[in-house]
Write a protein that binds this ligand. Structure first.
Ligand SMILES: [Zn+2]
Length: 345
C-alpha cells in the first residue's frame, strides 16, 4: 500500500478557535500528522511526497473565486486598516451574510469575503495555511491517481482535513475537500464512485458537493447532529436531489453509541454500496469517534477501526483512504494501526 504526505502540511498552525463563546486552543495540531506518520513507519508503509499539482484538481470540486480567496486572504489581511485597529494574527470572519451565498462575493474587501467564504470560527487562516491546504489536497490527489491507474488501496495522510469544506465555503477545520477531490479524480476512470465517511462528524461538505449527482454515492456515519457539529445537516431524510435523488445516505448514531452500533451502521452502508455497484471507493477516515477523543460524543473502541478496515477489504473495490479528524494525539496512531490491521489481514 502506498501512502502520501508532505512536510508542508505541518506548517498550518492555527492559534485560535471559538467554542461555546470562548476562544480556545485549536485541536488540529501539527503533531497529529506526526503520530500517524509514526504508525506508517512502524508498519513499513512507505510514504511518498505528492507531486506539486497546482490548483487544477481542486477546481474539480471548488469554485475559482473561493480558491482565489483562500490563496490570497492572508496577504490581503495584512493590509487591512480598520479605524486604527491592526488586523489580528489570523484571518477570521466578523459576520455571516444573510441568506444563501450564491456565486462570488459581491464585495472586493477581504473582511467581507471572509464572512462569505468561511462558515464558522474554527477555520483561521494563518501565514502558511494555504500552503498546507494545497499540499494536503495534493496528497489526496496522488493517492487517487495511484488507485485510478493501478487499483488497490492508497492512503492519503491529509492534514488539514477536508470533509466539511463545501464547494465555496470553509468550515470545521476544513478548507479544501480532499475526499471530494479523490472521488472526482477516480471518476475520471470509473463511472460510479462511492464515498463512505466514518468520521464522528457528518461529512457535510462532501454531501453538498455531490448532492445532485447520480454518479457519486455519498454515505456518512456520524454522531446525531441534533446536538453536535455540524448541526444543520446529517439527518436521515437528506437523500439527495434532482438526478442525485437516492444517492446520499446519512446514518446518524445516538450519542454514546459504541462499536456494536457502528457495526450495524456499516452493514447498512455496505448494503447500499453493493446496490450502487461502484468501481471505486473513497473512505474519509476519522478517529474522533474514539471514546477518549477530546471532542467525541461516541464510545467507539479500537475494534471499530479494525472492523472498518476489514469491511473495506471485504468489499474488494479499489479504495482511497483519506484522513479526516481524530484529535487525541496519543491514540490516533493506534487507531490507524488497528484500521490497517483490519484492512491488510
Ligand atoms: Zn470529525
Amino acid at each position: 500500500m502506498q501512502a502520501f504526505f508532505s512536510d508542508d502540511q505541518l506548517l498550518h498552525d492555527p492559534q485560535q478557535y471559538m467554542r461555546v463563546g470562548r476562544i480556545c486552543k485549536p485541536a488540529d495540531l501539527p503533531t497529529r500528522a506526526e503520530a500517524l506518520q509514526a504508525t506508517l513507519a512502524q508498519r513499513g508503509i512507505s510514504v511518498s511526497v505528492p507531486r506539486e499539482a497546482g490548483r487544477q484538481a481542486l477546481e474539480l470540486v471548488h469554485s475559482t473565486d473561493y480558491l482565489d480567496y483562500l490563496e490570497t486572504a492572508y496577504a490581503r489581511w495584512q493590509k487591512i486598516e480598520s479605524f486604527g485597529l491592526e488586523p489580528g494574527i489570523e484571518v477570521l470572519p466578523n459576520m455571516s451574510p444573510h441568506g444563501v451565498r450564491q456565486g462570488p462575493c459581491p464585495s472586493p474587501a477581504v473582511l467581507a469575503q471572509t464572512g462569505w467564504y468561511v462558515g464558522d470560527l474554527s477555520c483561521p487562516i494563518g501565514p502558511n495555511t494555504w500552503r498546507s491546504v494545497l499540499r494536503s489536497a495534493h496528497a489526496a490527489l496522488a493517492a487517487a491517481e495511484t488507485v485510478r491507474d493501478a487499483g488497490g488501496v492508497a492512503y492519503a495522510l491529509c492534514r488539514p482535513s477536508g470533509h466539511h469544506a463545501q464547494r465555496a465555503r470553509a468550515a470545521g477545520f476544513c478548507y479544501v475537500n480532499n475526499s471530494a477531490i479523490a472521488a472526482a479524480t477516480l471518476r475520471q476512470a470509473h463511472g460510479r464512485v462511492a464515498v463512505l465517511d466514518i468520521d464522528a462528524h457528518h461529512g457535510d461538505g462532501t454531501q453538498q458537493i455531490f448532492y445532485e449527482r447520480a454518479d457519486v454515492l455519498t454515505i456518512s456515519t456520524h454522531a446525531d447532529p441534533a446536538n453536535y457539529y455540524p448541526w444543520y445537516t446529517g439527518y436521515a431524510h437528506e437523500r439527495g436531489a434532482g438526478e442525485g435523488e437516492g444517492c446520499n445516505l446519512n446514518l446518524p448514531l445516538a450519542h454514546g453509541s459504541g462499536t456494536a452500533a457502528f457495526a450495524l451502521a456499516l452493514d447498512q452502508a455496505m448494503a447500499a454500496i453493493e446496490r450502487f455497484g461502484p468501481q471505486a471507493l473513497v473512505l474519509p477516515l476519522g478517529f474522533d469517534t474514539y471514546k477518549d477523543d477530546p471532542i467525541s460524543v461516541l464510545q467507539f473502541d479500537m475494534d471499530s477501526f479494525r472492523l472498518a478496515g476489514a469491511r473495506v477489504r471485504a468489499l474488494g473495490v479499489p479504495t482511497v483512504v483519506v484522513q479526516e479528524g481524530g484529535y487525541m494525539v496519543g491514540a490516533i496512531g493506534a487507531a490507524l494501526d488497528a484500521f490497517l490491521e483490519g484492512l491488510q489481514a
